[in-house]
Design a protein around this ligand. Structure first.
Ligand code: ADP
Ligand code: MG
Length: 461
């Protein structure tokens, strides 16, 4: 490639970076390159078929506009898949991870652990280099958390101290807070970063008491630049540890050292957490991470597949992303299961194989009709079907209506116009908004989540 072309494309990327969400930029734009530039044709190399589709469907006008601003009139803009772009070659380690993650226990595997342990002699204690900002997809549910984490990685201890991240299982909390630690040690080689799960913190404390090494323990955790403690909901009911944690917290906070904490619920909802800790946890910034939307899930599947140097067809990516709406760990598990299955049998992962292997969840709802969903939902909320499909806008009617729409989408995979029609709405955007809304609410509203579980259970008996 000529130097000039590369320069032009860098300039174009620079502008695009400012106008699209960061995650989209990292996922789709960063790994691109000009393959060919002639008088009126520009061929851009993209990383995979999904990126190609995104570029063609969503970003062509934007790219053309920015190109024009930079003096390039590309009448024909083409995208070509060039899988060597930006994708790291799979290492033997990757294979170990795929296969081990497929064994019945989905716990962190020894292979996975070992990369953390080998680092434990340095200051990067507990960090797993697998978790970075680069391979984290930014979408509607995690934008704010991502931005806060990036700000902290740039300047630990100055803003948002402590950062308290909370959200449901498998939503990316550990990934993000580990990414901060990794970024900090990359930016500053001698930074002292310690990551500990709360369970580990507790275990080490108990050991320290037993072996009378309390001072070592305290020094260890109080002499860091960044302390990351994961899953602090497990501090519930452990008085002594809470006290120790309280002192560690104060020592670090006073010294302007960064503290990052995650939990599956906000501090106020952690039972038997001392008030003084509750209040300290909210001194800085608390952010809830919400369920990833469909597009984000697709991008995550794609990014995970590219880590194995694979390009998946869009229909397969969409199928997988529909299987799990909230828990990315489960989504990743399904992908890994599929990849291992295909590798063992020498198959290409495609929709047919995936449906055969994982399709149980999808085929089950076939026996259920949209009418049954609406009926079941109405019954659950003690409202009449006429009301649900009628014009009323009272809250006790609107919520069941939205829940019914959500179930039609998540279980029967109906199109939005069909969903709207089923519930007597003229405009299909109502259905889109309702499904998104319930999707988000499920992250923190246990009543809604419980209602949906119950309705679904009754649908299939
Ligand atoms: P949590 O700690 O919230 O339970 P994790 O951070 O362990 O969840 O995430 C579960 C899995 O999903 C991890 O493998 C993580 O890399 C992946 N994951 C979650 N969110 C994202 C995202 N936005 N982009 C890429 N991977 C993600
Ligand atoms: Mg976690």
């Amino acid at each position: 490639m000529l130097v000039k072309e590369a320069d032009v494309w860098q300039a174009v990327l620079g502008e695009i970076e400012l106008s699209v969400p960061h995650g989209s930029y990292i996922t789709w734009f960063k790994p691109t390159r000009i393959l060919k530039m002639s008088d009126d044709t520009l061929v851009v190399g993209v990383v995979n078929v999904f990126a190609k589709q995104q570029m063609e469907k969503r970003y062509t006008p934007l790219i053309k506009e920015v190109l024009a601003k930079n003096g390039v009139k590309a009448k024909n803009l083409e995208f070509k898949i060039n899988s060597s772009l930006g994708v790291k070659k799979p290492t033997p380690d990757d294979n170990i991870v795929v296969q081990k993650e497929n064994t019945a226990t989905k716990k962190q595997t020894p292979a996975y652990r070992s990369s953390g342990n080998t680092l434990s002699h340095s200051y990067r204690q507990g960090l797993n280099e697998r978790y970075t900002f680069e391979n984290f997809v930014v979408g509607s549910g995690n934008e704010l958390a991502y931005a806060a984490c990036q700000a902290i990685a740039q300047n630990p201890g100055t803003k948002y101290n402590p950062l308290f991240l909370y959200g449901g299982a498998g939503i990316g909390k550990t990934h993000l807070i580990q990414a901060v630690g990794n970024a900090v040690t990359t930016n500053k080689k001698d930074a002292r970063v310690v990551y500990a799960s709360t369970e580990q913190f507790v275990q080490e404390f108990v050991d320290a008491l037993r072996y009378k090494k309390n001072t070592d323990f305290a020094n260890h955790y109080r002499n860091v630049d960044v302390l990351i403690v994961d899953d602090v909901q497990f501090l519930a009911g452990k008085e002594k540890i809470q006290e120790e944690f309280f002192h560690t917290f104060n020592a670090l906070h006073q010294a302007n050292k960064q503290i990052i904490i995650s939990s599956d619920k906000p501090p106020r909802d952690i039972p038997t957490l001392e008030d003084r800790l509750k209040s300290r946890f909210t001194w800085g910034m608390s952010i809830d991470m919400q369920n990833p939307d469909f597009e984000t899930r697709c991008a995550i599947v794609q990014i995970k597949a590219s880590a194995h140097n694979l390009n998946l067809e869009p229909d397969l990516v969409e199928f997988l992303s529909n299987l799990y709406q909230t828990n990315i760990r489960e989504l990743e598990g399904a992908l890994n299961q599929l990849l291992a299955f295909c590798e063992m049998r020498g198959l290409e992962p495609d929709l047919v194989v995936a449906t055969g292997l994982l399709g149980g969840r999808k085929s089950r709802p076939k026996h259920v009709t949209p009418k049954q969903v609406v009926e079941r939902t109405a019954k659950h909320f003690h409202v009449s079907i006429d009301d649900i499909v009628g014009p009323k806008r009272d809250k006790d009617i609107v919520v069941p209506r939205q829940v019914a729409m959500y179930i039609l989408r998540s279980e029967l995979h109906m199109s939005f116009p069909k969903i709207a029609q089923e519930l007597g709405r003229k405009d299909h955007t109502t259905a889109i908004h309702s499904v998104e809304k319930i999707n988000k609410e499920m992250a923190f509203d246990t009543d809604i989540r419980e209602a949906i579980v119950q309705i679904k259970e009754r649908l299939y008996v």
